[in-house]
Design a protein around this ligand. Sequence first.
Ligand code: NAG
Ligand code: NAG
Ligand code: NAG
Length: 335
Amino acid sequence: MWAVLPLLCAGAWLLGPLARGAASLSLGSPETFRFKSWMQQHQKTYSTEEYRHRLQTFASNQRKIKEHNARNHTFKMGINPFSDMTFAEFKRRFLWSEPQNCSATKSNYLRGTGPYPTSVDWRKKGRFVSPVKNQGGCGSCWTFSTTGALESAIAIKTGKMLSLSEQQLVDCAQNFNNHGCQGGLPSQAFEYIRYNKGIMGEDSYPYEGKDGNCKFQPGKAIAFVKDVANITLNDEAAMVEAVALYNPVSFAFEVTSDFMLYRKGIYSSTSCHKTPDKVNHAVLAVGYGEQNGKPYWIVKNSWGPSWGMNGYFLIERGKNMCGLAACASYPIPQV
Ligand SMILES: *[C@@H]1O[C@H](CO)[C@@H](O)[C@H](O)[C@H]1NC(C)=O
Ligand SMILES: *[C@@H]1O[C@H](CO)[C@@H](O)[C@H](O)[C@H]1NC(C)=O
Ligand SMILES: *[C@@H]1O[C@H](CO)[C@@H](O)[C@H](O)[C@H]1NC(C)=O
């Protein structure tokens, strides 16, 4: 193991492993150079063995990005914090391995008939969306979708922006069919907060990114849920209404390999399904719009601000893309 990447001597150090492996990457190749600056940028360090494997994966991702971007897609791929991982590795660390009862969510949302504005962006209406957070190597996306939706709901009602505890949901919300780093659903997490009588703040119950024992203290709860709006299965128009009229909306969808390398533009895929039992990632819709006749959602992710468009992505709207209308919901706060 070596601590900091020695850019200057990395060439000499590399000679051994690369020469032995008949690797396609030659010493000092642009790929190697790019990989080394990426490692510096993301403060990555590897063992000798791992370095080789990571460099190969990085180069293969780079090829995928190039091929994709050369075609006429509505979104671009790019190098990001996950560029040294295969999708299989990424999936194990960040996504749900088990389906999360998405289609079992009973709806109670009654949709009106519109019309609604052609575009909405809660980020631009005022201070209604909290900064992008980072879930780390834990399948806890559902907790970030949950806190994001509730933080917005409270800000919209009171003008006060809180930062709520994801770790409390990871540690304490099991009785509502949630499973910490193994997954959960925002609708079930809102129900937990409602019946638990509150959720603590980020500072009093900070994020650790791993499963732990419940440390909830009732006296320190700062946010409360009065009711939960569950949107009807596959009713994407109801999601539009809810985002236009009420609140950012939590939803889940199926992440496939082309999404891992997303950089910007309107994500649209033929490799994902539209079925509720395939969704594996929860996020937060904070708005919608349309570009060159293509409608999209504006979505807040929980993979840090250096992924995608400052932590956000756009995804095609109106086609139940990747099952995104499978189990959308939002909380009604008690204030
Ligand atoms: C690329 O996509 C745009 C927008 O969908 C379309 O107008 C254009 O004709 C396409 N170009 C090619 C070469 O397919
Ligand atoms: C789905 O719901 C059933 C019945 O409530 C429960 O037993 C099961 O654990 C749930 N599955 C998940 C992944 O939460
Ligand atoms: C909303 O969904 C949650 C989680 O699936 C469920 O516990 C709750 O009963 C649903 N609400 C209504 C009113 O059906």
